[in-house]
Design a protein around this ligand. Sequence first.
Ligand SMILES: [Zn+2]
Length: 307
Amino acid sequence: MEFNDDVALDTSQVQDTRGSGGGGIGGRVALGGGGVGIIGAILYFVLSQLGGLPAGSGGSPLGLDDVQSGQSVSSADLSQECRTGADANAKEDCALVAVINSIQGYWTDQFARSGSRYQLATTNFFTGGVRTGCGSATSDVGPFYCPADSEVYIDLAFFKELETRFGAQGGTFAEAYVLAHEYGHHVQNLLGTSAKVREGTGPTSDGVRLELQADCYAGVWANHATTVPTSSGQPLIKSITQDDINRALDVAARIGDDYIQKNLGGGRVDESQFSHGSSAQREKWFSTGYQTGNPTSCDTFAARNLG
Ligand SMILES: [Zn+2]
């Protein structure tokens, strides 16, 4: 993927707490604490995370152990570093800012078309641990959206983890899919979809339908990514290739419940524990959104057959 060199970036959509001691949590801390209590926090994370392993499910925690000193702790101020699309073409951090601008540009536009107002959501870059409106979390849970404070949280070490642990090809557009999925949860929160979801796991559970819908919304954004204007009035993304789409699909497949259970869990597929959908389903719903470019094609709750 390539960005338009002279289009301005809006770094106010990203909060960078890397290198500042994160949210004030040293070392590994289990989920819990914070305002909503441990059950609420776990429920939120289960509903909103991308598909990472639950904390304590074995193996090294996502991200945490692989952060080398200095690697992702940047004291650089994003607003100084990331001014235009040219910076996004040159630096990974700035590329993520550009992607976030594009995603939110699309939803701003889409909500306005349907007569409502999209509320911007901040993405927080953190390292190790973070306090959120949904309680405290470590990198173990993977990237997530917190409905209570309407913000996205990500330790960027997760992207390295996707390649080294999940075996994904990676690349900027693969990362864009992850972010677009989390913003899909923000859209669900704004539309009131997440509030109606009933607890529970399983292949046809509401939780799985919610996750697959977020994948579909990510695909819808991808369809519009090169045409939708950001706050500067111009599209930030110049081009997306078939290779980019393939990399997004590759990630979708690596974070499917069956893939994780088989390759990173106990080795046996147990559909009753599905929380995000199978690899094939995640690919299918991203593709549905990408092909139609229409959020109404993402009604996974009405779908009799999820794929
Ligand atoms: Zn999710």
